[in-house]
Design a binder for this molecule. Structure first.
Ligand code: ZN
Length: 292
């Protein structure tokens, strides 16, 4: 028996990387009965049947999984946003951050197209990114590009990374900069709100620097289908210190009195734009039609 990680799935075959080699595997029927379908990123056990072939016999419990693209055990998401063309949107950024936090992936913010921004646009982006840094996120302004790329390569060390972000912000370009030798055939997936396109394209994890990177941008859908109202505030990490002191247990920091999160917004300890985005997401979740 060997152990490894699925790095690619294609036409019913799984490509499993073990410590020393790559095996082409099929999965045993037992998964179908248990309704477990192996995913790229899964840690598995395999029975080796030939020098480079085998059968997957067991899928280990997952830390998390994405649906589109279908990939498991992702540890971080790099959110690529441009300052202009298209304009930086804290609303979209917070949506990506929320989705990442909910799936327990570490958000990293990458800001592109700095050179196309004017002075006031630059000042604005610096203020916003300073806030994200202050609450604990890594932010990289992609300038000068070569230096930024080498810093980002270091950030990939020991991680399984997906790229996320608005289309047109430069995800594909960035992937190709990170791994020029791979000539990745990246495809921008539409991230229009509420309308994730179904893409059946396969996913592959590539070794870049000392980590693995998915060749397809993550989060084609930006909806929050599973998120419960009371779970949302944990995705806004700077609320943590205040929400323990809210008067009501289960406070949604919405219309409740004596809410310490709202107090912190009034005292400008929490940025107003973040709180507004929180409320927009919360109302979206509260107004969601129940699914049967
Ligand atoms: Zn509260």
């Amino acid at each position: 028996m060997q152990e490894g990680r699925i790095v690619k799935a294609l036409s019913g075959f799984y490509y499993v990387e073990t410590e020393d080699q790559l095996y082409t595997c099929k999965s045993r029927g037992v998964f179908r009965n248990k309704k477990i379908s192996p995913l790229v990123g899964d840690f598995v056990e395999l029975d080796v049947t030939a020098s480079d072939e085998g059968y997957i016999t067991h899928v280990k419990p997952r830390k998390n999984e994405l649906v589109r693209p279908p990939v498991a055990n992702v540890t971080q998401g790099m959110i690529v946003s441009s300052v202009v063309q298209p304009n930086f949107s804290s609303f979209l950024t917070d949506r990506f951050i929320t989705l990442l936090e909910y799936k327990q992936m570490k958000p990293v913010l990458l800001i592109t197209k700095i050179d196309l921004a004017n002075e006031s646009e630059l000042k604005k982006i610096k203020d916003i990114t300073a806030y994200y840094e202050a609450i604990g996120y890594s932010v990289f302004l992609m300038q000068p590009k070569r230096e930024a790329i080498s810093i980002i390569r270091n950030k990939l060390d020991s991680e399984v990374t997906v790229l996320a972000g608005q289309s047109g912000a430069g995800k594909s370009t960035l992937l190709n900069h990170l791994a020029p030798s791979l000539n990745l055939q990246t495809k921008e997936i539409s991230t229009s709100l509420g309308r994730g396109k179904h893409t059946t394209r396969h996913v592959e994890l590539f070794s870049v620097a000392k980590g693995l990177v998915a060749d397809t941008p993550g989060f084609s859908s930006l909806e929050f289908p599973d998120l419960k109202p009371e779970e949302l505030s944990s995705c806004f990490i700077e609320f943590e210190t205040y929400k323990q002191q809210c008067k009501f247990r289960g406070c949604l920091h919405y219309k409740e009195p004596n809410c310490k999160v709202k107090d912190a917004v009034d005292k400008e300890l929490i940025a107003e734009f973040r709180y507004k985005n929180y409320i927009t997401f919360l109302e979206e979740i509260l107004n969601r039609k129940p699914r049967y």
